[in-house]
Design a protein around this ligand. Structure first.
Ligand code: NAD
Length: 327
């Protein structure tokens, strides 16, 4: 609840959580977070550096190597994830507003994001319970016994982009925790607020100290240190190609596991037979607009290219331009 109290009081918000405690940055540096609507600061957060990253990795390492979380029964880990989902639903309005203000989304998009985040926690809770631990596979001979055992990887470092801060964080945090890993997350330095709030909820839901750590700060210091750190077993990165390339290079030195979700440029294809009725035509135009312009078009999967069959091209483009002008 510490982070929540700080949010309400409008003080410097505690966004570095290491080994079960909220703390200032080792350097005591802070950063102003700007509201994209008016470019004015509306929050101040801790600005960590390599020392904070090291402390967080050490805490996550301890919690994994000698803590209870990796050995906690799957059903209990799933129960924690479900409690987090309930807390997200409880705080939907405040979190949706915070996400809207932090990332410059409409309030409705902010609320929908929180719903999807709660769904992600429930999804991975169900998935891990369904997996049910060890399993004997028929190896084709009575003399051969093959067993599939699911084990946590260890300490997972996570780096997320600015545009869907909490959704991206949840797609990394929920599966990692479900599987018994500990983690250190570094959200985008310009949109860190809801990720810190999520760590607050994890603490409230009962995550043991050291299991859930967050360090806010720049990519070239905190992010780079997490990527290269020898005590990190896996790094999961979502962001642009240039940063992802650096993460992959840094991670290669210690040959850790790497997951990269990078930028994209996606085509939407509209054929004439999808525009046969006026209703279908309207739907196709709306979906093309939605694909290109939702969240001001700042989406990794945005439909930034449109390929339209020649026979409907003129009508389609004219209507698309007319509607785009009204956004
Ligand atoms: P970015 O690459 O600038 O930053 C992403 C994260 O990487 C931030 O937390 C940043 O601090 C960190 N970072 C930067 N340099 C680093 C380094 N050297 N080492 C470690 N970490 C570093 O991207 P952004 O502007 O925040 O987000 C937009 C990009 O993310 C776009 O390219 C978009 O397509 C992509 N994206 C992809 C997905 C997907 O699922 N594939 C989803 C959302 C966004």
């Amino acid at each position: 609840m510490a982070g929540q109290q700080a949010r309400q009081a409008g003080q410097t918000q505690r966004t570095i959580h290491v080994g079960g405690e909220w703390r200032e940055a080792a350097s005591r540096a802070t950063r102003e977070i700007l509201d994209p609507a008016d470019a004015k600061p509306f929050a101040v957060v801790a600005e960590g550096d390599e020392r904070d990253a090291d402390a967080a990795v050490a805490a996550a390492r301890r919690a994994f190597d000698s803590g209870e979380w990796p050995h906690t029964p799957v059903a209990e880990r799933a129960a924690l994830l479900r409690r987090v989902a309930d807390l997200l639903v409880r705080d939907r309005e405040s979190l949706g507003l915070l996400e809207s203000r932090d990332a410059g989304k409409t309030l409705e998009e902010g609320r929908v994001d929180i719903d999807c985040v709660a769904d992600a926690f429930r999804y991975f809770a169900d998935l891990v319970v369904g997996e049910g631990g060890g399993r004997v596979v028929d190896a084709g001979s009575p003399d051969i016994h093959s067993v599939v055992v699911h084990e946590p990887v260890g300490v997972c470092a996570m780096i997320t982009p600015w545009n869907y801060p909490l959704l991206q964080a949840s797609w990394k945090i929920a599966p990692a925790l479900a599987a018994g890993n500990t983690f250190v997350i570094k959200p985008s330095e310009i949109t860190p607020l809801t990720t810190a709030a999520l760590v607050d909820l994890l603490v409230e839901a009962g995550a043991p100290a050291g299991v859930a750590n967050i360090v806010t700060g720049p990519g070239h210091t905190v992010g780079a240190r997490l990527a290269e750190h020898p005590d990190v077993d896996l790094i999961s990165f979502t962001g642009g190609l240039a940063s992802g390339t650096k993460v992959a290079q840094a991670a290669a030195v210690s040959v850790k596991k790497v997951a990269l979700e990078l930028g994209g440029k996606n085509p939407n294809v509209v054929f004439a037979d999808a525009c046969q009725t006026d209703e279908d035509f309207d739907t196709a135009v709306d979906q093309a607009l939605n694909a290109a312009f939702i969240h001001s078009g700042q989406v990794c999967s945005a439909g930034g290219r449109l390929i339209v069959e020649e026979s409907v091209r003129e009508r389609f483009v004219a209507e698309l331009v007319r509607r785009a002008g009204r956004i």
